[in-house]
Design a protein around this ligand. Structure first.
Ligand code: SAM
Length: 397
C-alpha cells in the first residue's frame, strides 16, 4: 500500500478492528489514544506531507539549478539537499513520533495484559491446524539484530521462555493504526489481494498445497485457506513467538493452518510439494543474498506448473528522484534496512537466477481486495505490487 496517498479514505476507529481469542483487553483511554494516533498518521500523510513536494519544487530544485546548473540527478542528491530543509525535518520527526507513540501505547497494553494473552495462547488446537517449532533453528541475524519498523525486540522477542510477546505486539493495532484500517478488520487485505489477483490471472488454479513464507501471525495466510478450503495450507516463519501467537489466533478464528518454524532460505519440505507459494510484505524485510536463497528454495518446493506470488510495495523503477527519496524514509528512520535495497532490485534476475523462465515472470500492479458478505470485492483505493512466476512444467528443480 502506498503510505502517502492523498486520496486514501480517512481513518476508521480502532474500535472496528476484529477481536479474536487472543485480543488483549484495551481500556477506554487507550482506545482514545489509538484513535488519536491513527488520526495523526493520516494528518501527517495527508495534510503535512504535500509541503515536502512544494519545498522541493519551489526552493530546493531552483537552488540546485542556480548552484550547479541542473536538477538533482538521483535520490541521493535530493537527500543531501532535503535533509537541510526545516519542513522536511518537521514532517520526518512527526512521522517517527507517530511510530513511537504507537509502540508506547501498544507496549503498555501488551505488558499489562501479557499473562492473560499468554494463557489464552496455550489453548488446545480444535480445528486441525498444527504448530511445529524448532528450538535448534538458527534465527537469521538480519531478524534478531533489527528492531524492525521500530518494534522493540523485533519479531523474535518472546517475553518469557515459550512466550508470544512479539506476536501480541504485532497484532495489537500495528497494521490497523498505520493503514487506517485499509487492510480490513482482520488486517488480511494483502492475503485477499493475492487471492483476487491469482483468481484473475490463473482462473484454473486449484492449489492442493499452499505455502506462505514469513507469515508472522498469519494475517495474510488465513485468506488462502478461506479462499481454497480444500487446500492444505502451510505457513512458516523463523520466529517462534509470532508463530505461537499466529497458531492460537488461527485456531480461535476457526481456520486450520499448519504453522512451522523454518528458515524460508532452506525448508524441510520435499521438492515439488506445493502448487502455490506466497508471501505478503515479506521480501522487503529480507537482505538480497538471503532473498536469492529464498527464491531458489521456492523454485525447489514448487511443483511443475506451480505459482509463486509475493504481495509487495512498488519498486523504484519509473519513479523520479523526489518520489524515490520520499520512499526511502523507512530505511533511514523506521529501522527497515532492506526496504530501500528491495526497491532497487532486479526482480527478473532474481527469478531467473532461481530457475524460473523469464517468460513466466509477472510484475503487476493490483487493486486491493476485501472479503465482504457478498464475496470478494476489488477496492480501488489502494494497490499492491504483485511479483511472481510460474514454474516451467518441463523444468526440473
Ligand atoms: C513483515 S513480516 C510479514 C507479514 C505477514 N506476511 C503478514 O502478511 O502479516 C516479515 C516476517 O518474515 C519473517 N522472516 C524474515 N526472514 C525470514 C526467513 N528467512 N525465514 C522465515 N521467516 C522470515 C519475520 O520473522 C517476520 O515475521
Amino acid at each position: 500500500m502506498h503510505p502517502e496517498r492523498a486520496d486514501r479514505p480517512g481513518p476508521k476507529s480502532i474500535r472496528h478492528e476484529g477481536r479474536h481469542g487472543l485480543s488483549p483487553a484495551i481500556t477506554h483511554d487507550e482506545l482514545a489514544w489509538f484513535d488519536f494516533i491513527m488520526a495523526s498518521y493520516f494528518f501527517v500523510a495527508q495534510a503535512v506531507y504535500p509541503g515536502n513536494k512544494l519545498t522541493y519544487e519551489r526552493r530546493v530544485e531552483p537552488a540546485a539549478i542556480r548552484a550547479i546548473g541542473r536538477k538533482p540527478r538521483d535520490r541521493r542528491e535530493v537527500r543531501q539537499l532535503m535533509h537541510r530543509e526545516p519542513y522536511w525535518q518537521m514532517w520526518s520527526s512527526l512521522k517517527r513520533n507517530n511510530q513511537e507513540m504507537s509502540y508506547m501505547i501498544r507496549g503498555g497494553i501488551v505488558a499489562r495484559e501479557y499473562a492473560d494473552v499468554a494463557r489464552r495462547a496455550k489453548t488446545n488446537a480444535s480445528t486441525g491446524g498444527t504448530l511445529r517449532l524448532d528450538p535448534n533453528l538458527a534465527v537469521p541475524r538480519y531478524i534478531t539484530a533489527v528492531d524492525i519498523h521500530c518494534q522493540p525486540g523485533g519479531y523474535n522477542h518472546d517475553g518469557e521462555p515459550g512466550g508470544v510477546w512479539a506476536g501480541a505486539m504485532y497484532d495489537t493495532g500495528s497494521l490497523f493504526l498505520a493503514t487506517g484500517g485499509e487492510l480490513g478488520v482482520w488486517n488480511d487485505g494483502a492475503g485477499w489481494a493475492m487471492v483476487a489477483h491469482l483468481k484473475q490471472r490463473f482462473p484454473r488454479l486449484r492449489p492442493r498445497r499452499i505455502l506462505d513464507l514469513g507469515c508472522t501471525v498469519g494475517h495474510s495466510t488465513l485468506p488462502l485457506k478461506q479462499a481454497w478450503p480444500e487446500a492444505e495450507v502451510f505457513a512458516i516463519d523463523a520466529c517462534a513467538p509470532v508463530l505461537r501467537f499466529g497458531h492460537a489466533r488461527a485456531e480461535s478464528l476457526g481456520v486450520p493452518v499448519h504453522f512451522s518454524q523454518q528458515n524460508a532460505e532452506a525448508t524441510n519440505f520435499p521438492a515439488g510439494h506445493f502448487d502455490l507459494v506466497t508471501s505478503a510484505m515479506f521480501l522487503h524485510e529480507v537482505p538480497q543474498g538471503a532473498m536469492a536463497r529464498v527464491a531458489r528454495e521456492t523454485h525447489r518446493v514448487l511443483a511443475p506448473g506451480g505459482v509463486m506470488i509475493h504481495a509487495e510495495q512498488p519498486q523504484y523503477h519509473g519513479q523520479g528522484p523526489f518520489d524515490q527519496f520520499i520512499r526511502e524514509w523507512d530505511t533511514f528512520y523506521n529501522s527497515e534496512p532492506f526496504r530501500c535495497p528491495f526497491r532497487d532490485m532486479d526482480l527478473m534476475r532474481l527469478a531467473t537466477d532461481a530457475g524460473f523462465s523469464s517468460k513466466h515472470v509477472f510484475r503487476d500492479m493490483a487493486a486491493g481486495a476485501m472479503k465482504t458478505a457478498t464475496g470478494l470485492e476489488r477496492r480501488g483505493d489502494g494497490f499492491w505490487f504483485m511479483f511472481g512466476a510460474t514454474k516451467d512444467a518441463q523444468r526440473p528443480s
